[in-house]
Design a protein around this ligand. Sequence first.
Ligand SMILES: Nc1ncnc2c1ncn2[C@@H]1O[C@H](COP(=O)(O)OP(=O)(O)OP(=O)(O)O)[C@@H](O)[C@H]1O
Ligand code: SF4
Ligand SMILES: [Mg+2]
Length: 436
Amino acid sequence: MGVKDLLNRLKQNKEDKSEAKSHYLTGKEVREIAKANAKEMRRLEKEKRRKVPQEEFMSQMKDDNNILEIEDLHSYFFTDQGVVKAVNGVTFSIPVNSTVGVVGESGCGKSVTAMSVMRLLQGPTGQIVSGSIRFKAYDYKRDQDGKFVPIYEKDENGEVVQEFDPKTKKNVPKISGYEKVEAVYDIAKMPIHEMYRLRGRQISMVFQEPMTSLNPVFTIGNQLDEVVLLHIPGSTKESAKKRSIEMLNMVGIAMPERVYASYPHELSGGMRQRVMIAMALACEPRLIIADEPTTALDVTIQAQVLDLFNDLKTKINGSILLITHDLGVIAEMADYVVVMYAGRIIEQGTALEIFRNPLHPYTQGLQKSKPTMKSSSDTLYNIPGNVPNPINMPNHCYFKERCRSCIDKCSGEYPCMHQVSPTHFVACHLYESKED
Ligand SMILES: Nc1ncnc2c1ncn2[C@@H]1O[C@H](COP(=O)(O)OP(=O)(O)OP(=O)(O)O)[C@@H](O)[C@H]1O
Ligand code: SF4
Ligand SMILES: [Mg+2]
């Protein structure tokens, strides 16, 4: 090692030590942070559990073609070391009947965004602090007593069909379904106990690891039936079983009756993931959130599951929010792509725009680091450096320390979102127009 190298290393060590010192918290500071956090968490928990009339969380979509609109969402974790701004001002929309892919490296806030939409952030530390999540839902209509409004079956003369009710031993009108109404809810403002209207029935989620999401002590049939019985009004044990088998068939399981009677451990990984998808689809949700749905699967099963998602999107006319760090999966599936970095969106556009013309240096780095048939381990590109500490985010661009295209302006304020085409946006000083 030369003298120059040695001096550089000593300088680096000194910098590391002073940085470590600046992250060190005294006992007093930790107590102060904990006290401030406790106060804020109490306030947000109270807000979450309040009882309010429906009008308070009803909203309007900005664009009627969207099924979901996330606007300036902030979801934080209140830890003893400080506040982790896991999602820090995220704004994007999902149009009806399309797939939006969210990419970004580990820890950038993809899952926290999804969990915020489902209102499944682990409280009291994890909280939605501000922002809107507008969702266009089809809800079952209720009468003044809170009961679902039935639709009665009619014969060709328009007369209501009667059927014998063994309970009351009388003829009663035959119910063919329940009335639905379209309503826009702001999920971020919804009290947590109202989420039953949406979770499972309107928005469902497929998790990364099917084995941990299925209950090992109940049969697949039992778990599928439960979803139907809970969410579809008027369903009976028989109708739930029929629906469950129908769903298993729909996701390409060859012997649905056998799988219906099996326990999760008796199935392969691919089959379990199919069961999870069947469960997510049982109530024909308008939006499916798939968080790394294929990461735990081998490549052939991965391709089958992706085909299945594409197929089902058309069949149920739904939309998909697909979270992954696999660019190949995004290229195959997504209509629109959102690229996240350290809790913020740094670029978004159509899949074609992001893959053909990536603008942000981070997106360009992501594309370059994708292994190809030609790349060997020596030539595989990696983005140097690390994501900044989420508790002490800098005021300037979060990617600055890793960026090779840095300009003077990059040491200034965090860059705003610049529009480069009707659908393509990028947060980088390199794309500022003269008017900005
Ligand atoms: N329970 C928690 N307490 C504190 N911080 C958390 C908690 N859960 C997540 N975080 C932080 O939130 C940030 C975003 O996490 P998230 O799980 O959304 O990442 P991700 O993009 O889904 O990553 P991956 O690709 O690894 O799944 C991370 O910095 C993480 O440290
Ligand atoms: S704003 Fe500057 S530092 Fe950030 S990505 Fe763009 S060029 Fe790089
Ligand atoms: Mg995740």
